[in-house]
Design a protein around this ligand. Sequence first.
Ligand code: NAD
Length: 507
Amino acid sequence: MARSVDVMTTQPVTTIDHWISGARVPGASGRTAPVHDPATGRRTGVVPLASSSEVDAAVKTASAAARDWRTSSLSKRAAVLFAFRELLHTRTDELAAIVTAEHGKVLSDAVGEIARGLENVEFATGVPQLLKGGFSEQAASGVDVYSIRQPLGVVAGITPFNFPVMVPLWMCANAIACGNAFVLKPSEKDPSASLFLAELWKEAGLPDGVFTVVHGDKEAVDALLDHDEIAAVSFVGSTPIAKYIYERGTANGKRVQALGGAKNHALVLPDADIDMAADAIVSAAYGAAGERCMALSVAVAVGGVGDDLVSAISARLPKLTVGPGADAGTDMGPLITREHRDKVAGYVAAGAEAGATVVVDGRDQDVPQDGFFLGMTLLDDVTPDMTVYRDEIFGPVLSVVRVDSYDEGLALINRNQYANGTAIFTRDGGAARRFQNEVEVGMVGINVPIPVPVAYYSFGGWKDSLFGDTHMYGPEGISFYTRGKVVTQRWPDPATSSVDLGFPRTR
Ligand code: NAD
């Protein structure tokens, strides 16, 4: 990591490195991207964009490391994971500060993301139990059958900007526990957290080359997707890129799980506790400035609940503070880039133009002028034909759609192209149970606004929110990062041996 000075501002700029073979390695392609502090708009870093030959060199070192790591004992792997867990825990505040400085989210939210990532490390410490196979004695006379799970080799993770710690941990903890080497291509918008993780892995005793970081853009991603020595790719990001990753990766014979974008609906039934629903929806719509794949961006108000819900939500917004994520007392930080902020503001304008009622306009709010800030917007009377409804906005914009009945609300949710998460707010257990059964969405909350599964379940949406058939982390993560093998054995008395051309039968 080198430091230089921005000639325009005379402020220091950090040159971020790759992490290869257990050490920082400067980029050599000559191509770079700027990294900003979204709270000030200032360029604070420069990240190298790897060429395909740099990716190739990194994957080769990972490949060599994978050959040894796959032979490490399960207890050795568990010991490294326990040590990594302790380091992550004790150094959470430092890591959270890095996340806030490049992503912009408030510190408590960064701490929360690390805690949810850490759960995955804790899950992976159970690898001796998780990799246990089955054993059937006497499957046929004198024959036993058992199953084992083996690592794939080198696996890659390509991750989004919005969770620079949690999403890499969703992937690498299980991948490494299963005996693979893991190559991370983090978002180029907030790349520094990945290097902090790399240093913690090293300190925890992980052999060099088992965890690698290559920074980059499409060129680096394509090099990973095309590389013969990459066996599997985990991706989290927007839907068009997820689809591309899935198609190119699988065309190259790789295992791919590609999680995409979202448009998460909250269905609010007439019997819901309105204050509780409003608290939950405000938290889930505007937390992290709406830049969460599990953000609730549409509230579907059923029957006569709309007026009360809109007034309860709008009453809460003036009490929330928008400002730098590092400042105590800030509830919501800036958006990731200036372009994204302007795009989100454009959606608000388009919603108003299309006839939505702008109850609270984030563009008018008093927010810090430096940086990429936008206030919270609440749109009422949104209809499914409007772009604010159709598109994933990924910003602090909540749309309220009014429907007459539960059935109409359910049909609306089930028609949506995205199906990552959803939530129902009600006091009627029967209605909630019916919703859980009938809604076509991968993760469902019942009076829970952000139903991100705990680490011992798996995370994934349906439809355009996931390409591939394996959800991420938890039991499906273990299965994704290993190949099953079934062994049939017998130890017969050679004296009983004979030739038999018939197909072997078990009875
Ligand atoms: P993104 O799709 O722009 O980028 C994700 C990754 O893909 C990054 O590493 C980026 O460098 C790479 N990438 C970008 N363009 C590429 C291209 N043309 N070819 C190859 N690689 C490319 O997503 P983002 O803006 O970083 O993150 C926000 C998106 O991620 C939102 O859509 C959000 O819903 C989604 N997301 C989904 C989940 C989930 O679990 N489903 C979780 C977090 C974020």
